[in-house]
Each structure stands twice: as C-alpha cells, then as structure tokens.
Write a protein that binds this ligand. Sequence first.
Ligand code: PLP
Length: 396
Amino acid sequence: MANSALDFSAFSPSALSAEETQLIEASVAQFGAPLLLLDCDVVRQQYRALAAALPNVTLHFALKPLPHEAVVRTLLAEGASFDLATSGEVDLVASQGVPADKTIHTHPIKRDSDIRDALAYGCTVFVVDNLNELEKFIPYKDEVELLVRLSFRNAEAFADLSKKFGCSPELAITIITKAKQLGIRIKGLSFHVGSQTSSPQKYVDAILACKIVMEQVVALGLPALSTLDIGGGFPVSYAKQVTPIDEFCAPINTALASLPETVQVLAEPGRFIVAPAVMSVVSVMGQAEREGKIWYYLDDGIYGSFSGLMFDEANYPIVTVNQDTLCYPSVLAGPTCDSIDVVAEHIMLPKLTNGDLIVARMMGAYTSATATDFNFFKRAQTVILNEVCIAEQKLG
Ligand SMILES: *Cc1c(COP(=O)(O)O)cnc(C)c1O
C-alpha cells in the first residue's frame, strides 16, 4: 500500500482551543507522552449521527478499527450491536457484558475453533462466501444462521475489501442452494463496499444487486432471505472534507426502501464511529537540521499510533501546542531507528523545543489497533475521557 508522509498542502487543520490545550497539558503532566486521548462523548455523537442517518438499520459496531473496552461500554449503553471477527473480539465484548444476541461474527474465513468460541459465547450469526466455508457449518447446522457475503469491487476506497472477500451473485445462489440441501439456514446477504468509501452510489449499486439475488432465491423456491447487511465503509473527513453523513445516507435509504418490508437491514460501521474520537499527543525527543529543514524526532511514529499512514493511507490533521505564527519547513520523524519512520515530510511548523507537544486529530480508527512496539518503543497509553454520559448520570 502506498505510504508517503503527510501532505500538508491540502488543508490547514483547526488550531487547538484553550480548553483542548489545557486538557492535553494536564494529561501529559499526569501520564507522560505519547498519549491517545479517547473521548467517549465523540463516540456517542458519531453513533447517534449514523443511527439518525440510517433510521431503519441496526448498527453493529465493527471492533477492528479500535478494539477498546471503553468504546464497547459506551456503545453498549447507547443500545448498539456489535460486529466480531475473531475470538479476541468475542472475549472483549463478553468481558464487557455485551449480550450475545447483539453480536454477529463476520469473518468470511474461520477455523473450527473460531466458530466454537463464538458459539460458546452465544453468537449464532456467521458469514460465508464459498462452499468450503459453508461445509464447516455442517456440525453446527442446528445452531447457526448464515449470511452470504457478496463482492463488489471498489478501487477508490482506502481498503477495497471485495478483493479479498465476497462471492459473485451466481456463486451466492450456488451456496444458498447447497445450504438448503445440507439443512443449513441462510439468513441473508452481506457486503462491504470498502473502507472510507467516498460515494454512496457504491452502496446503492450493491443493495440493488442484492435485491436481485433475493428475488432469484424466491423464484428458485428456496427459503426467502430475511436480512441484508450493508457492511461498513462510511467515510470521515481527514485532510479532505467528505459528504455529511445524513446527506451521504439519503440515497442508501432510498435504495433500502425498495426492498421487501420483511427484510431486516444491518450495517457494520467501524471507522465512522471511532475515527474522530481520538487525538494523539506526542512530544519532541530531539531535533537536527538536515538539508534546510528542521527534523523533529517524536516519541511516537509509523510503527506506533501513526501506523495508519502505512496500513490505512489516512492523512491526519496535525497541530502544535505552540501557536507561534512564524513557521519553518520541518519534518516530523518517529522514534525508531528505521528511515521509513517519518510522519510528515513537508510541514511548516513554529520553532519547537524538545519536550514540546504535537497533536494529531482523527486518530481513532486503524491507528493504535495496528501499532507495534518495534525497537521496544512502547505503544502510546490511552486516556479515557467523558466515559460517563452526563445525561445518564442525571437519570441515575
Ligand atoms: C473492517 C470491517 C468493517 C468496518 O469497516 P469500516 O470501513 O471501518 O467502517 C466492517 N465489517 C467488516 C466485515 C470488516 O472487515
């Protein structure tokens, strides 16, 4: 996947407010740097915004972009459901008291132990996209209901998940026919249009293609499908502004309205719920002048919280606590001894002193989740903010 350090020509991130600066400095005074500040209020706002934009859709938060206990607790209190892919994710939701009937398991390729772990917890909905996987459910046919995942390619997304997973509509019919013979219940269809999808048309096309498969299933005399899972992929604004979520979802709702009323619709949002909820705070460890630029060496980088620059192509807005207006061409480098560990190569910054703090916004999705402790640099600690919802506290 393409990695280049952040390109700053495209935007000027909003400066820190006095309140934010105070919070950041107090947090670093208490816990040290680097830190990730996770604001549960933002998780709530994002969940509520998407729930309002997709009023007839059950939202299953996909744990993968930020598998954090506080996120699970916050969303559980909001009434959310959950999308699991591994036994580790099963353990996490189980440890937080999530009822199993609020979960689905959507990894298209599983070991028998993955299926058994999820079933032992009580999760009974799984995903398949091929006949080999379908046969894994023969021993569990009385306990499970399956979704068949279809593939719709999307070259524009950050991650085109339909390259690795999903089947054609024709193969879906073959799987559903075979399932009937094997006595395995097929609950419905699913897809994932790709993460950070910029156009709702991808969802609309996929929904209409699924509708045709559902009609074929009925025409073939197979049991009617009751569920459509429209996956994740809902976009957030990094360097580039994206369409506001209610506007983005309007054509999706129109397409969904063309399905039979009996079809229950689910979605599996990940990034949208958590990306804006985390701010990364790093400090300058040292500095050097090289080829007319000031290089600042930070205590977090590509192998840590900024791993999304590698794996996710995200462009995180960066601001300094120091708000001097006189700026110099600068480079932000991570702490490891590897030369690819550069966070931003073309950035104008005020003159910084060792120990000065730098903040990156929009760091909640696919950041700490993919961090390593390469070179023994410890991963950033997470500080949880606003976990208790004020409104709830009042309700007692
Ligand atoms: C990663 C993933 C998601 C979440 O996708 P986002 O783009 O973060 O919303 C949902 N469902 C499945 C099956 C996934 O693999």
